[in-house]
Design a protein around this ligand. Structure first.
Ligand code: GDP
Ligand code: MG
Length: 444
């Protein structure tokens, strides 16, 4: 039984009552503790975590919009997010260009793979990445990096395996400078276990290249062992961030929770596949992992986003406008922008219960929905504030101008206005206490 399933059962059980009793919390926490231990989260972390959740859950602050069991889920989610730390972000402050990133870790942890993915990530950020092959421990290591660098078209430096890694690193840095690179990623050697020779070598590379970031690449599948490895590397070399790899194969998800809590080192990226691609290399987001470990879908994220975006006052104001039939195109645009701020539309839809199923069945084409919303937004943006506040003044010449401004046909502008009129009508019906027909959703 997975952690998520177990928690789900616990929450289902909690869902029965209207009030969370102390006994409920006790039962839930026993299950949570068991589940976390089974997920390979270190015992002290589990104890600490459960303690914090219990304290908060028993004296749970009454929340207007959530039911009691949802409150417990929310607390667990929040505490988990706190335990996981902040979102992953590279830190180049105090370093001069080219900034150096050293990849360290045991053999097979995914250093070389992650170095190539990271280079792609940096390039997408608009930087000029450069790879240096400083793993001379295994003959094939240099070839592997060179092959990947060529494959993804990133400039690199190598000297085969006969030179000293520290010298290669130093000369690689010079080569990167000459190539006008802005970030240099040094791929280093690993061992099957932490050993003194390796640590000395890494210390020396560090001393000679003055890295802004030393990223420990760790295999999530090794669970608690990964925590010990991180501690070992941190004590000798000092690490600034973690790259958790093979997260795709780790159903338990406990390593992430332990690693950050034990080492205090932030998780910056996650590898989720063998393929060298940006799709298998994610910036670390604590709430996503918390969702994942909890297996709650992204429901919690949605609840929170909805809470912060649709502030009560705002909702009141809008309701007032609807009641008075004063909902304008400006309000329409505001609503669209809010939805957009919640994330890519596919993600937003996926957060709604039932929607991700439709998405999986291919019944919702996210890109098409996204494109349509963008188009509507562009049209609304091309209008003047006056036009948005008083749609009645939209005559033929104004429509023509708006169409030109947003690169569409007048017909598209008319469609948006028509859509708006439908919304208005819908609100009017609501106002009169009738349940409105929602365009496009009549049959559901
Ligand atoms: P290194 O020895 O630390 O440089 O490790 P490599 O980069 O050579 O990777 C070791 C193995 O792990 C290779 O087979 C990679 O394809 C695989 N690997 C690396 N990252 C990931 C990942 O995120 N997911 C999966 N499934 N495999 C990975
Ligand atoms: Mg390697």
């Amino acid at each position: 039984e997975s952690l998520s399933q177990r928690l789900q059962n616990t929450f289902d059980r909690l869902g029965g009552g209207r009030v969370v009793t102390e006994q409920d919390v006790k039962d839930a926490m026993r299950d949570v503790r068991m589940a976390l231990l089974e997920a390979d989260v270190a015992l002290p972390i589990v104890k600490d975590f459960v303690g914090r959740v219990r304290d908060r859950a028993i004296g749970a602050e009454v929340h207007k919009t959530l039911r009691p069991h949802e409150q417990v889920v929310k607390i667990i989610h929040e505490e988990m997010r706190d335990t996981l730390g902040e979102a992953g972000r590279l830190n180049f402050s105090g370093s001069t260009k080219p900034h150096v990133i050293m990849m360290v870790g045991l053999q097979g942890s995914g250093k070389t793979t992650s170095a190539a993915k990271l280079a792609m990530y940096l390039r997408k950020e608009g930087r000029q990445p450069f790879l240096v092959a400083a793993d001379t421990y295994r003959p094939a290591a240099v070839d592997q990096l060179v092959t990947l660098a060529k494959q993804v078209n990133i400039p690199y430096y190598e000297e085969g395996v006969s030179a000293k890694p520290t010298d290669i690193a130093k000369r690689g840095l010079e080569a990167a400078k000459n190539a006008d690179a802005s970030v240099v990623i040094i791929d280093t050697a690993g061992r099957l276990q932490i050993d003194d020779q390796l640590m000395t070598e890494l210390e020396e590379i560090k001393r000679r290249t003055n890295p802004a970031e030393i990223l420990l690449v760790a295999d999530a599948m090794t669970g608690q062992e990964a925590v010990n490895i991180a501690t070992g590397f941190n004590e000798r070399v000092g690490i600034t961030g973690l790259v958790l790899t093979k997260v795709d194969g780790d159903a338990r998800g406990g390593a992430a929770l332990s690693m950050r809590a034990v080492t205090g080192v932030p998780i910056k990226f996650m590898g989720t596949g063998e393929k060298i691609s940006l799709e298998t290399f994610e910036q670390f987001h604590p709430e996503r992992i918390a969702d994942r470990i909890l297996g709650m879908g992204d429901m919690m994220t949605l609840i929170e986003k909805a809470e912060s975006l649709y502030e009560e006052e705002e909702a009141m104001r809008l309701q007032q406008k609807m009641m008075e039939n004063k909902f304008t195109l400006q309000d329409f645009l505001d609503q669209l922008r809010k939805i957009r701020r919640m994330g890519p539309i596919g993600k937003v839809l996926g957060m709604l219960p039932g929607m991700s199923k439709l998405q999986m069945q291919g019944m919702l084409d996210n890109e098409e929905v996204e494109a349509r919303i963008s188009k509507v937004e562009a049209i609304l943006n091309s209008m003047t504030i006056q036009e948005r506040e008083k749609p009645k003044i939209l005559n033929a010449s104004r429509k023509k101008r708006i169409a030109r401004g947003s690169g569409v046909e007048v017909r598209d502008v008319n469609d948006v206005i028509k859509q708006y009129r439908q919304m208005q009508k819908m609100m009017d019906q609501l106002r009169k206490g009738r349940f409105p027909k929602i365009p496009g959703l009549e049959g559901i």
